[in-house]
Design a protein around this ligand. Structure first.
Ligand SMILES: NC(=O)c1ccc[n+]([C@@H]2O[C@H](COP(=O)([O-])OP(=O)(O)OC[C@H]3O[C@@H](n4cnc5c(N)ncnc54)[C@H](O)[C@@H]3O)[C@@H](O)[C@H]2O)c1
Length: 290
């Protein structure tokens, strides 16, 4: 039996340029008039980053984007792709590891965009060190980048965000991991908790806060931290037995940023191909008797 895949659907060429959206290329208008800052949205290497893909989708859906990154060339690459495709984007050069730089970046983004209705806290970094194998300085550094930066950016954005605005935090299925890379996982678990607390606090003023929990995608982040030989076991660890891409994450973030999700807040949406525990061992069920 032929496998039903997105690649088999007309108009979706998954093997085309990996830096272009393969799901709804160039479509939509969900973000018309919206102004969104995405942290860590610079593009590095040949594979799309999550922040890059989110910035591209927001722009292709009519929104304007502040592309924040500490790497000026990476930010410019994302901006160039958006502008070439007919969208609106500006680079915002900032290192988000201090509250002061986050504040300046948010103000600058709002000036460039003429206001702010959306914020994506995507920036992250990690390594495979165990929880007691890192120095106190490194632990603080990982917490600062992966958790505190989101709190800082959000706290500076809130006074500027009108009712109807949306904040999306990018977490990881690593929140349930208990092995290598624990400092990153601890920070991401905090980010999910922060999502729920911020949603509760900001709900009465009409600001929504949600989180996308990223699964085993193959993108610039994974490629930089992982050997290719882990790809097959990662694929097998999902219910759908497939690897995702940054575009799969970006479409979920797009939904959460848009009016389409206007009655949704405080949610942690796992975009992970389905957790392995939902796939019982044994042959596939292809028909139901009687
Ligand atoms: N790809 C995966 O397998 C995977 C899995 C789980 C979660 N995630 C999540 O996806 C998100 C990021 O993925 P990505 O693909 O965009 O990563 P990426 O590595 O492609 O991009 C991260 C960007 O952040 C920038 N950056 C790093 N430190 C910074 C700082 N201090 N200030 C400003 N910019 C800084 C980098 O220059 C880079 O451009 C993260 O939240 C990550 O935890 C990814």
């Amino acid at each position: 039996m032929a496998e039903t895949t997105l690649a088999a659907r007309p108009g979706t060429a998954r093997d085309a340029d990996p830096l272009e959206d393969p799901i709804l290329p160039g479509a939509g208008g969900w973000m018309q008039g919206r102004r969104v800052m995405v942290t860590g949205a610079g593009q590095n290497g040949d594979l799309p980053g999550v922040g890059y893909a989110i910035a591209r989708l927001v722009a292709s859906h009519g929104g304007s984007v502040a592309v924040l990154d500490r790497n000026a060339e990476a930010a410019q690459r994302t901006v160039d792709r958006i502008v070439t495709a007919g969208g609106t984007a500006f680079p915002v050069l900032a290192d988000v590891t201090t509250d002061e730089t986050c504040g300046r970046a948010v103000t600058h983004a709002a000036e460039l965009l003429g206001g702010l209705d959306g914020l994506v806290n995507n920036v992250a970094s990690g390594d495979r060190a165990g929880i007691f194998d890192v120095t106190p300085d490194r632990f603080q550094e990982l917490l600062s980048l992966n958790l505190v930066s989101a709190w800082s950016a959000t706290r500076h954005a809130v006074p500027l965000l009108p009712a109807g605005s949306s904040i999306v935090n990018i977490s990881s299925v690593g929140v349930r991991a208990r092995g290598p890379g624990m400092p990153y996982c601890v920070a991401k678990a905090g980010l999910e908790n922060l999502t729920e607390g911020a949603a509760t606090t900001l709900g009465p003023q009409g600001i929504r806060v949600n989180c996308v929990e990223v699964g085993a995608i193959w993108g610039s982040f994974a490629a930089a931290n992982m050997d290719e030989r882990f790809r097959e076991p990662r694929r097998k660890s999902t219910t759908l037995q497939k690897e995702g891409s940054a575009w799969d994450i970006a479409h979920a973030a797009l939904f959460l940023l848009s009016e389409q999700s206007r009655w949704l807040t405080g949610q942690i949406l796992a975009v992970d191909g389905g957790p392995a525990r939902h796939a019982p061992p044994g042959p596939p069920v292809t028909s139901v008797a009687g």
